[in-house]
Structure formats: structure tokens, C-alpha cells
Design a protein around this ligand. Structure first.
Ligand SMILES: Nc1ncnc2c1ncn2[C@@H]1O[C@H](COP(=O)(O)OP(=O)(O)OP(=O)(O)O)[C@@H](O)[C@H]1O
Length: 579
């Protein structure tokens, strides 16, 4: 744990060397000033106050000097605390910001398959509480380093003062370190468990909020509360066990320096009587032991925080080092206008699962509309994902205008293709924000044009603030069909050369759906559409009929109706269901 912890600290220091140096200099100065202050106080008592009591008077000059020296030391201490705190604070929060961004960037780069294996709540916890935990140790770190400098200086000054009193120091400091290490060994598993439970609670809470509708309509509130309660109780128990251990160790660590002061007073009185030390020296050393207690705690904080920091760091690293993201080439597509999509002998499976697509070959010619038709689970959505390269095939290839998708740059791919998924996602933003998505080339004219193509201009025109209307979180103020049309308009606004519609108009009525497809035929894009309604299928130039991951036949709707009994059955069943 210590080695892993030191590695995290080393990394943090290498990342922010300047801030670390500033805060350690501040902290070391603070430690040295504590020692200087003890000796100054000792000297004031022994050399000024005690003789003043004996003489019954003190000069104004002596008083002014005492005040000036004490004020000077205090001023320097204030400056050193500023340096330490500001340096450590900046370092901690800069590292947190940097890693929050890095984790979020990584999430965006990782493929859908990775996201499917990780709960959203856990991802939130990685980016928030794990990053916080990883660098929580930075706050006390410079203080602890400065304290070590102070302890060396203190032991040195003790030996210069009196070797007997120095022995108290050299016994006390290792005892404090030993106590700190024992503390950290016992604390480590508890902290890791607490951090794990935080992530678990966050994941369960997220799922509960997401499934609120199901929970409510199925009357599962009590069960859901119980399920959540189990994890909350486990988190509470692990935090209590952290607190209990702290409750035992904290008083011990606080009282050790007091025991040291007591020992110094006992031994010091004897040394004073034998004339080995002066009153000033005794007061200095006793004072030093009383003020040592607080800074020495900083080492305890670092050692105590280290396990949490390691746990957080390793969870953050697991995200940062996760692989499986798609490497992009630097190719671009020549020309503009509708593009041709080609699937060539494509095989695909999810992770280690069974084959989902086998030997899939078909073409969407430039400017044409091709419908994908097949029973549920036959692989239509998977083909849609492959067409815009959310995933790569296991064998074979997918190409646009003859360029294989992995050869294209990310920007070229995103610029040429657009997928409108089965479940529409709407941001908590205005209609304009949702459609333009901060793409600078998309002005209001383009937004309205896209809305017209998606048959959404009328309902947006009727909204109280038109394009400025806020649609609420996930578009809660819109109907399902309106949300679908907004998502379609968002895809169209980028003038894609290939549009992939994965059952993207299921919530709009068949007449509107037919109007949308009719309008899209003249929108200057090739279209691959996963279709269920006979009227929609009939609008396509060509149909690819899938069965259990294989292309059974391609042709026009009329041809397939005449030659493929399975297709005839499927489409007739769709039609009956639609009536
Ligand atoms: N993320 C995934 N991990 C593992 N298997 C998956 C995943 N997504 C889909 N599958 C499996 O792949 C097969 C094809 O799924 P796909 O969603 O492509 O079918 P579909 O034809 O679009 O179905 P539907 O019409 O019901 O939307 C199914 O057997 C499904 O169980």
C-alpha cells in the first residue's frame, strides 16, 4: 500500500512541481519557525522575564524588543501558512480538474461495448468521488513534508541543547511514526471498502432514478427503498468502522506529545538542578513538545488518506487505461452529396457472444433509400451501428464511397454520417441548442430547414418561444414523436451524406412517417432505414431482408413479397399489427 501510495504522490508531484515546491517551502518555513518560536519564548522567559521578576522591573526597550520579535515570527508564520495552503489547495484542485476532464474524455472515446459493461452510476462516481479521493491526500502532503523537515531540525536543536532531553525526542518521534503506520495498515481496507460502497450507492441511486417510472407504476417503491437501503447501510457501516478506528487512534496520537512534554518537565527539572541546562533551555524544549503535536498530525493525515487515495487512483486509472476504443485513420471523403454505403462479407459478434451477423453483403447506392427488414433480434440495429462505426466488424468491411471506415478520420466520419437511434436522446437545452449542438455552421435557417424535413416545423412553430423553447431534462416537455422528430432534425442539420434511421420514427403516426421519408428522398442523402411499417418499406428503393444475422434476399419490396414467403409473412404481420 505504501509503495502504491508513494507512486500516486510521485505522480502528483511530477505533474505540479511548482505548486508542490511553493507549498513545501511554506510548510518547512512554518516548521522551522515553530522551533525558532520555542527558543525565542524560552529565551524571553529565562533571560528576560525571570531576571525581571528578580529585579522587580523591566525596561520599555526590552518589552518592545520582545513584542517586535514575537510579531516578526508571527508575521512570517502567516506568510508560510499562506504559501503552504495556497500551494496545496491549487495543486489539489488543479489535479482534480485535470483528471475529471481526462476521465470524461476517456468515457467519450471508449466504445459502446465498454459502456454497456459499466453502470452509469459507477462512471459518475469514477469522475467525481474517485478523482476527489485520489487527490484528497494532496491537501495535507506539503504540511507533512514540512513536518519531517521540522522534526529533523527539532532533533538537531534538542541535541545541541541537551542530550538527555534529546533522548525524549528520539524516543517520541519513532513512536509517533510507528503509531501512524499501525493506523494506516488497519485503516486501508476500511477506506477501500467505503470507497467501493460509495460507488455502489451511486450506481444503485442512478438506476433507481432512471427507472422511477417503472418503480412507481409497478408499485415497487418499498422494495426499491429496501434495495437502496441495503447498500446505504453497508456504506454507513463501513464509514462507522472508519470513524471507530479514527476514534481510537486520534486521542492516542494527540496524547503522545503531551507525554513527551511531561517527560521533558520531569527530566528537565533534574537537569536544571544539576546545572546541565538553563531555565531558558528547559522552557524552550517543553514549549517545543507542546507545539509539535499539531504538525505531527499532518503525517497521520497523509498516511491515513493514502489508502483512500490509492483506491480512488486505481479506479481512475482503470478508466484511463481501458482499451477497445476505435483507432481512426486520417482519410477524408472526396466530393459531397449522397454517398454510397457498402457492407462486404461482414461478420460480427458482441464480445464473446454468439455470431450476430454472418457474411452480410449489401449496398446502399448513392442517393437511394434502402430498408432493412427482419424479425426482432435478426441484427438490424447491429448493422446500423456498424454503418456509422460505433463498432467494427469481426471480419469483412464496411466502406463509404469505397473508403473503409477505419481509414477515415473521426471528423470525416461524423461529418458524412448520422445515426438516428431507436431511443431518442434530447438534451436539457432549447430546441435550437438541441438541433445545432454548437456546430457553428448551423444557423437558424439550417435549423428550420432540418425541422421542415423532419416534419417538426409546425409543432416547433407552435411552441411558446419557438427555437428558444427549453425542452426540459431528456425532453420531458415533448411527446415521444416530437422527441423523435427533434433528433431526426438534429441529424439532418449536419447535412449527412448517409443517414441511418434505426426505427427512428416509430412514435410518429404512419402518415407523418411517410411524409418524412418522402421529404428525405430529396434531401441529398443516402438512407439506410430499419423499417417495420409496410408503407415505410414500400417507399424504399430496395429492401435488404435479414434472417438470423444473414441477408436472405435483396430486391424491391414487390419482388421480395413475390419470392420470399418469410418476408411476406413478416410484412403482413407488421401490417396487421399497425391496423
Ligand atoms: N450489446 C449487446 N451485447 C450482446 N448481444 C447483443 C447486444 N446488442 C444486441 N445483441 C444481440 O445481437 C442480436 C441482434 O440484435 P439487434 O439489436 O441488432 O437486433 P434487431 O434486429 O435490431 O432487433 P430489434 O428489431 O428487436 O430491435 C440479438 O440476438 C441480441 O440479443
Amino acid at each position: 500500500m505504501l509503495v502504491r501510495g508513494l507512486r500516486v504522490l510521485g505522480h502528483a508531484i511530477r505533474t505540479e512541481p511548482r505548486l508542490f515546491t511553493i507549498s513545501v517551502l511554506g510548510s518547512s518555513l512554518f516548521g522551522l519557525l515553530i522551533i525558532a518560536n520555542s527558543y525565542v519564548v524560552g529565551s524571553i522567559i529565562g533571560d528576560v522575564v525571570v531576571p525581571a521578576f528578580a529585579a522587580g522591573s523591566i525596561t520599555t526597550g526590552e518589552l518592545a524588543l520582545i513584542v517586535a520579535v514575537l510579531l516578526g515570527i508571527s508575521g512570517l508564520r502567516v506568510a508560510s501558512i499562506f504559501g503552504r495552503r495556497l500551494g496545496a489547495g491549487f495543486m489539489q484542485f488543479r489535479l482534480q480538474a485535470r483528471y475529471r476532464s481526462a476521465v470524461t474524455r476517456r468515457y467519450l472515446a471508449l466504445p459502446p461495448a465498454w459502456h454497456q459493461r459499466h453502470a452509469t452510476g459507477t462512471l459518475l462516481s469514477n469522475a467525481s468521488s474517485d478523482v476527489e479521493a485520489a487527490f484528497g491526500v494532496i491537501a495535507p502532503l506539503p504540511f507533512a513534508v514540512g513536518t519531517i523537515v521540522m522534526i529533523f531540525a527539532a532533533v538537531l536543536s534538542l541535541f545541541v541543547t541537551d542530550w538527555v532531553l534529546a533522548l525524549v525526542g528520539v524516543t517520541l518521534f519513532p513512536a509517533l511514526f510507528a503509531l501512524n503506520f499501525a493506523y494506516s495498515r488497519r485503516m486501508s481496507p476500511r477506506q477501500i471498502q467505503a470507497q467501493r460502497m460509495r460507488a455502489k450507492v451511486s450506481a444503485v441511486a442512478h438506476e433507481s432514478f432512471d427507472g422511477a417510472l417503472v418503480v412507481k407504476t409497478m408499485g415497487r417503491e418499498a422494495d426499491e427503498s429496501r434495495r437502496f437501503g441495503v447498500f446505504v447501510t453497508e456504506l454507513r457501516d463501513s464509514l462507522i468502522s472508519v470513524g471507530r478506528l479514527r476514534g481510537i487512534f486520534d486521542p492516542l496520537m494527540d496524547s503522545l506529545p503531551s507525554v513527551g512534554t511531561l517527560a521533558v518537565l520531569l527530566l528537565g527539572t533534574w537537569r536544571l538542578q544539576t546545572g546541565a541546562i538553563s531555565v531558558a533551555e528547559l522552557v524552550s524544549v517543553a514549549f517545543l513538545f507542546t507545539v509539535l503535536a499539531f504538525p505531527v498530525r499532518a503525517i497521520g493525515w497523509v498516511v491515513g488518506e493514502l489508502p483512500r487515495s490509492v483506491a480512488g487512483w486505481e479506479r481512475v486509472q482503470a478508466v484511463l487505461s481501458a482499451d477497445g476504443d476505435l483507432a481512426y485513420g486520417d482519410g477524408t471523403l472526396a466530393g459531397d452529396g449522397p454517398a454510397e454505403l457498402r457492407f462486404e462479407r461482414v461478420d460480427f459478434r458482441y464480445a464473446d457472444g454468439p455470431p450476430v451477423l454472418r457474411d452480410v453483403t449489401f449496398t446502399v447506392p448513392a442517393g437511394r433509400t434502402v430498408a432493412l427488414v427482419g424479425a426482432t433480434g435478426s441484427g438490424k440495429s447491429t448493422i446500423a451501428s456498424l454503418a456509422v462505426r460505433l463498432v467494427d466488424p469481426e471480419a469483412g468491411h464496411v466502406a463509404i464511397d469505397g473508403v473503409k471506415l477505419p481509414d477515415l478520420s473521426g471528423a470525416a466520419l461524423a461529418g458524412a454520417t448520422a445515426l438516428v437511434p431507436q431511443v431518442p436522446f434530447v438534451f436539457d437545452d432549447s430546441v435550437r441548442g438541441n438541433i445545432a449542438l454548437d456546430r457553428p455552421e448551423i444557423g437558424d435557417d439550417s435549423v428550420w430547414k432540418a425541422l421542415r424535413l423532419a416534419q417538426a416545423d409546425k409543432f416547433v412553430g407552435g411552441l411558446p418561444e419557438k427555437l428558444d423553447t427549453e425542452v426540459g431534462e431528456r425532453g420531458t416537455s415533448l411527446s415521444g414523436g416530437q422527441r423523435q422528430r427533434l433528433t431526426l432534425a438534429r441529424a439532418l442539420a449536419g447535412k449527412p451524406r448517409l443517414l441511418v434511421l434505426d426505427d427512428a420514427t416509430s412514435a410518429v403516426d404512419p402518415r407523418v412517417e411517410a411524409a418524412i421519408l418522402g421529404a428525405l428522398r430529396h434531401a441529398g442523402t443516402s438512407i439506410l432505414v430499419v423499417a417495420y411499417r409496410r408503407a415505410t418499406i414500400a417507399l424504399a428503393d430496395e429492401v435488404v431482408y435479414l434472417h438470423q444475422g444473414r441477408v436472405v434476399a435483396t430486391g424491391t419490396h414487390t419482388e421480395l413479397m413475390a419470392t420470399q414467403p418469410g418476408y411476406l409473412n413478416l410484412v403482413t404481420a407488421y401490417e396487421k399489427a399497425d391496423r
